[in-house]
Design a protein around this ligand. Structure first.
Ligand code: ADP
Ligand code: MG
Length: 225
């Protein structure tokens, strides 16, 4: 974790400059994409249709990387407010369920009575969605996703469990490293974002993984009444 924090400190030093550059790169990319789409529809280019589609898909991939990088690198002011984690989960659940169902995965919640926490609602939503998305993507062969909240030794714990095939140790040791991904179309920024968000909430992330599935735990160490 210490290593991670040092890495993020370094990232935020060059971060604001890189963010500006990243932002500026998107404008010309949009122009190029527009013309590719326009030209690709012309009669005389129909034999090269796939090449145009590939160029557009690659631009979209680059654009996704930039979008996620910007979300990660923007110097964010946390806006901590006393609120209910269960309410945030419940409000987001229809979206999560739709996302899961469209990937042939089941989703459910098991929420316990927990005290209110100081949270940045937008950030917690982002953290939930990133962990949920990873869980769904890990269950290519189907399964169930469960979101739980619990009180453990008077600390609030959020957990997201999937029934995917688990995280092998050679992957586990790289988790949270920005841009580390094992997916063809992954950005490798989802978990980095989660670690940052957890850090800003004085929370820590623990992982329990086996061939039967993976659980990400988020331990909030805020004092509870
Ligand atoms: P991305 O999802 O774009 O690959 P992430 O930072 O969200 O980037 O995740 C990094 C890597 O961690 C993934 O590529 C995957 O190999 C692994 N991973 C994360 N969550 C899970 C999970 N629930 N089950 C299996 N592997 C996971
Ligand atoms: Mg991800």
């Amino acid at each position: 974790l210490e290593q991670m924090t040092a890495l993020f400190d370094r990232m935020s030093m060059v971060g604001s400059m890189a963010a500006t550059v990243a932002h500026e790169i998107r404008n010309p990319m949009t122009t190029v994409r527009g013309y590719l789409q326009f030209l690709g529809k012309k009669e005389k280019y129909q034999t090269d249709k796939e090449k145009f589609e590939l160029m557009i898909a690659e631009l979209d991939r680059a654009n996704n990387i930039i979008r996620e990088y910007l979300a990660l690198s923007h110097e964010k002011m946390v806006n901590l407010q006393k609120c209910s984690l269960n309410d945030i989960i419940e409000a987001l659940f229809p979206l999560i369920q739709a996302d899961a169902n469209s990937s042939q995965v089941g989703a459910s919640c098991d929420l316990s009575f927990i005290p209110e926490l100081l949270l940045d609602e937008n950030e917690i939503r982002q953290l939930l969605l990133n962990l949920v998305r990873n869980g769904i993507e890990a269950m290519q062969a189907g399964g169930d996703l469960i979101i739980r909240t619990a009180l453990l030794e008077s600390k609030v714990v959020l957990s997201i469990s999937d029934q995917g095939s688990g995280i092998p140790s050679h992957v586990l040791e790289h988790l949270g490293t920005p841009f580390f991904t094992t997916k063809d179309t992954g950005t490798g920024l989802g978990l980095s974002m989660c670690y940052q968000i957890a850090h800003r909430h004085n929370a820590s992330i623990k992982i329990d993984t086996s061939e039967q599935g993976t659980t990400f735990f988020v331990y909030f160490s805020q004092p509870t009444p």
